[in-house]
Design a protein around this ligand. Structure first.
Ligand code: NAD
Length: 435
């Protein structure tokens, strides 16, 4: 089992290089679920490695006139249920094993919800904060060009992830449209999801992951007869996922008592206003120095009293020390792979409920599917329609995971995997393995 490293120093969040291997975590979870459902040995072998692992090195002209070579990735894990689907991340520590893990989780996320997609993930190894907007545009366009026909609207459909957003997706779409030629141009807008509304995006996509997390929390609260009005929560990461979760949850009467990002942590037992905090983060690039709270260390953050904790930053942030320190009743994985397996065991032993990432943060891919469908049918759905479909799908899968966990005596993560794996297995056994 991959083990967690020593705790990070308070002011310097752990570097990915110091963390365990993310792909080993994904493999550990997969193997546990495969054993639980006695997965067919041939299907087990097929799923144990991604189908395709692509690395591209491409040059980009910087504003200074110099060239720099960038390294990009696209890993395609499985496509038995439909086109590959998954985000694009810009991060200085992006690496192949991380992409393999993230692509694997996308396969099970889509399969869990019965979405007609497979799993993929990609990105570029660089720090976007060190580049101008013009450089980011050239890097994005050249990366899209380098991926070429390895992506496609019926083959592999990227979306936003860490440090990418609607603008990046629109540049990717525009570049791809200009590669395919005039006649096909208009039919390929669905090459990416998470676009701006102006350029073919869907209402409700930007907030979808946060909204999905909150559905997960409200369903849990209903089951447990737990009153969200007046409860407290903490969020690690205040980007797309963390900030929207905090805003939506606070509207239900829950109080955000602490938050952190790559620069540090702030807390206020009386409550932080996530809307004002969002404005501050927008202006300054971070939640630190927010006037409505006081600065705390990473250690203090993990030891705070709260009812719900949402990790929504990067992977492998919750190791053994954090699992021992956490005082929440529920941890909802907004981030992908935030928890070491041994830390999860500690949390479960301590009676903390853990909502696994492949369920909890799937609102994004669900609404990405709706965006893709709208583009394909040349339709535009209103916000109400998108959000009610998202709510139905999250609630349906919640019920399925709850029942599977109870009937088979599984933890929630293994139950979620079991549902996805059995859908994939059924498909392989019916279709057979070519030739
Ligand atoms: P983002 O780039 O918008 O935000 C990331 C946040 O994490 C930022 O506030 C950043 O400062 C913070 N952060 C980075 N490193 C940190 C560290 N070492 N310690 C504390 N905070 C740190 O990214 P996002 O889109 O919100 O994604 C966050 C997580 O959610 C990722 O794991 C991503 O894969 C996952 N996810 C995103 C989506 C989506 O729709 N965007 C969907 C599903 C899952």
């Amino acid at each position: 089992m991959p083990t967690s490293p020593a705790p990070a120093t308070p002011s310097s969040p752990t570097s990915l290089a110091q963390r365990g291997n993310l792909y080993q975590v994904a493999v550990h979870q997969f193997e546990k679920a495969a054993r639980a459902i006695r997965l067919d040995p041939a299907v087990y072998q097929i799923l144990s490695q991604p189908k395709n692992e692509l690395i591209v090195n491409f040059p980009v002209r910087l504003d200074s006139g110099e060239f720099r070579l960038f390294k990009g990735y696209r890993v395609q894990h499985n496509n038995i249920l439909g086109p590959y689907k998954g985000g694009i991340r810009y991060h200085e520590e992006a690496n192949l094993d991380e992409m393999k893990a993230l692509a694997t989780w996308m396969t099970y996320k889509s399969a869990l919800h019965d979405l007609p997609f497979g799993g993929a993930k990609g990105g570029i190894k660089f720090n976007p904060r060190e580049h101008s907007k013009a450089e980011l545009e050239r890097i994005t366009r050249r990366f899209t060009h380098a991926l070429g026909s390895n992506i496609g609207p019926e083959w592999d459909i990227p979306a936003p992830d860490v440090n990418t957003n609607a603008q990046i997706m629109v540049w990717m779409m525009d570049t791809y449209m200009n590669i395919v030629g005039m006649q096909e141009k208009m039919s390929v807008r669905r090459i990416v999801t998470g676009k701006s509304i102006t350029s073919g995006g869907s209402h409700g996509r930007e907030t979808a992951t946060g909204r999905g997390i909150v559905h997960c929390i409200t369903e849990w609260a209903r089951e447990k007869h737990f009153n969200l009005d007046g409860c407290t929560f903490t969020v690690q990461g205040f980007g797309n996922v963390g900030s929207h979760t905090a805003r939506i949850l606070s509207k239900l009467g829950a109080t955000l008592v602490a938050v952190g990002d790559y620069r540090g942590y702030v807390a206020n037992p009386e409550g932080l206003n996530p809307f004002k905090l969002g404005e501050h983060a927008q202006q300054t690039g971070s939640v630190v120095d927010y006037k409505g709270g006081k600065s705390i260390s990473r250690e203090e953050f993990f030891g705070l009293d709260c009812d719900i904790f949402v990790p929504a930053a990067l992977e492998l942030e919750v190791g053994v020390p954090e699992a021992k320190a956490l005082k929440c009743k529920l941890m909802v994985e907004g981030a992908n792979g935030p928890t070491y397996p041994e830390a999860e065991e500690i949390l479960l032993d301590r009676g903390v409920d853990v909502m696994p990432d492949i369920f909890a943060n799937s609102g994004g891919v669900i609404v990405s599917y709706y965006e893709w469908l709208q583009n394909k049918r040349s339709e535009r759905w209103d916000l109400e329609e998108v959000e009610s479909r998202l709510e139905r799908r999250m609630k349906r899968s919640f019920g399925l995971i709850r029942d599977t966990a109870a009937e088979r005596g599984l933890d929630w993560r293994t139950a979620a995997y079991a549902i996805g794996l059995e859908r994939i297995q059924k498909c392989y056994l019916e279709r057979g393995i070519f030739p």
